[in-house]
Write a new protein. Structure first.
Length: 265
């Protein structure tokens, strides 16, 4: 059997389902084994643990099943979810070059300064994603990091996503008691956007996710997630308003809307 050099376990959590993806790569980084399953489970609500003991038992049971079916063992996990209290910031840093070259250390300095500013403003949150949005050298937009180029002024634009440290600690505790270290958290809306970029070959777009009790909006610009917003109301609220305005039953409103296509130009 080819010795595995990389085993990865991904868990995606939504309000209605938990999806598991286990991947095992061989020495040539080809997929040696993979396993996928999606299970209906409603004890995670907006990225929060609703019933701790029930969730713990569920995760342990599912991981045990995966390890039996794949003959693999995992000690860490990557979590994909959308917390209801994400905070997205668009922030810029700069450096005066005065005709010198821009280096990796210059960019690292900008990033560290931005991180320090964020943590000084609010240390109750953790950064889970930093996306490079735009780079400008002497007011001209660069396609890639302009490392090694000469200039007078460098401007670096970032999109930063933060979440409450307590939310992260709760998942660290949950997975820890399932013998799994939480390796990283990935915004589910970012994963959904990557699928759009790959499948539809577009890089600037909105994703609007409409559910009965919530609405999520994500904005991608030049393949970077730059904005995310979560609203604690959804289609049920819209149905009720239309029902009152139009003097129709909510069932009639739902039927009418279901027959309208919103895909056209």
């Amino acid at each position: 059997m080819i010795k595995s050099i990389k085993k990865s376990l991904f868990i995606e959590v939504t309000n209605s389902n938990v999806t598991f993806l286990a991947i095992d790569l061989d020495d040539d980084l080809n997929i040696n084994k993979n396993f996928f399953k999606s299970v209906e489970f409603k004890n995670f609500k907006n990225g929060k643990i609703n019933d701790y003991e029930v969730c713990k038992k569920f995760i342990i049971d599912q991981i045990t099943d995966i390890e039996k079916k794949t003959d693999l063992t995992f000690n860490e996990v990557n979590l994909s979810t959308d917390f209801e209290n994400y905070e997205s910031l668009n922030i810029s840093g700069f450096k005066k070059l005065s005709g010198s070259q821009i280096s990796k250390s210059d960019i690292s300095l900008i990033l560290n300064r931005i991180k320090n500013i964020i943590f000084e403003a609010d240390n109750s949150k953790s950064i889970i994603h930093i996306f490079n949005s735009n780079f400008f050298l002497d007011n001209e937009k660069c396609e890639n990091l302009p490392i090694g180029l000469y200039g007078d002024f460098y401007h670096h634009h970032l999109s930063v996503f933060l979440v409450s440290k307590n939310n992260i600690k709760n998942f660290q505790k949950l997975f820890g008691e399932c013998n799994l270290n939480l390796n990283r958290i990935i915004i589910k809306s970012f994963v959904d956007g990557v699928k759009v970029i790959e499948n539809q070959n577009i890089n600037t777009f909105f994703i609007i996710d409409l559910n009965d009790n919530q609405i999520k909006i994500s904005l991608f610009d030049d393949s970077s997630l730059i904005y995310f917003e979560h609203f604690n109301f959804g289609l049920s609220f819209i149905y009720k308003d239309l029902s009152k305005v139009c003097s129709l039953s909510e069932l009639s409103v739902k039927k009418i809307l279901s027959e309208i296509s919103f895909d056209g130009d």
